[in-house]
Design a protein around this ligand. Structure first.
Ligand code: SF4
Length: 258
């Protein structure tokens, strides 16, 4: 896939968050090369990036310096890294902006909650391990079938790689969680049991959320949206809860009950 990379300078780094458990958000990039077909983050980007979702990424090239300048006047709190892009999308291997942001936040006493689909987060295990009491790492897993994931999350690392990274990070004593969402109709269900087992084995909290139908959805995403409309989400939620209770896994619905 041809990726168009752009750069911009920003005047602020931390944004206020309304998401549960987060005081701030920080997004080192605009757009996300993982290009998930259902991704709602495009709703928060300009029309050109949204229309070419997954193909244009803007690097906020001075975000680390900006963060350093503003951090002194910010009350300490929990920072979500990130909420509208994947902080460990592939360009991060070269840019290393997420790493710098993470280092600055942790060194200055902010708690950091990472959400990613990428095993590139393992590169920063040194920082995570050093500050493990103020950091948590969550992996989004919608299916455990690598071949199916390629259809819906075309440029993201395979679920099998995410699981290995999750196991490694949890094995280092760092708090972990799994985001089972959006639940892909007829697809995610096949992995429910195994995902709950992985949550148990890694002592991870399990968040779950349904597939939310949005007007931008087209092609396969729209087909899934039709299935989502016909899905009995209450039954799905009950099934997930039942599995978690049976295995002793802590769970919570990501954004209100299904
Ligand atoms: S990894 Fe997250 S932010 Fe990136 S395209 Fe997929 S859902 Fe969107």
């Amino acid at each position: 896939m041809e990726l168009l990379l752009e750069r911009k300078k920003v005047k602020s780094a931390l944004g206020k968050s309304n998401l549960p458990g987060l005081d701030y958000t920080i997004n080192p990039y605009i757009g996300c090369s993982h290009g998930c077909i259902y991704c709602y983050a495009r709703l928060y980007c300009d029309a050109r990036i949204a229309k070419n979702w997954g193909k244009i990424v803007v690097v906020k090239e001075n975000i680390a310096e900006t963060l350093l300048k503003e951090i002194g006047r910010r009350k300490r709190g929990v920072v979500g890294l990130s909420t509208i892009t994947d902080p460990y999308q592939s360009i991060e291997a070269k840019e290393r902006i997420t790493r710098e942001v993470l280092r600055i936040l942790l060194e200055n006493g902010f708690k950091v909650s990472i959400q990613t689909k990428s095993d590139l987060v393992l590169r920063d295990l040194d920082l995570l391990f050093e500050k493990k009491e103020i950091v948590d790492v969550g992996f989004t897993i919608t299916t455990l079938e690598d071949r199916i994931a390629e259809l819906i999350e075309p440029n993201a690392p395979k679920p099998s790689a995410r699981v290995k990274a999750l196991e490694k990070i949890s094995g280092e004593g760092i708090k972990t969680w799994i985001f089972l969402g959006p639940i892909i109709p007829e697809i995610s269900e096949k992995s429910f049991e195994e995902i709950v087992e992985i949550a148990k084995a890694t002592n991870s909290l399990l968040y779950y959320d349904k597939y939310r139908v949005k007007p931008f959805m087209s092609g396969y995403a729209k087909e899934l949206a039709e299935k989502a409309r016909r899905t009995d989400w209450k039954e799905i939620a009950e099934r997930i809860k039942g599995l978690c209770i049976a295995k002793g896994v802590e769970f919570t619905s990501g954004f209100g009950d299904l």
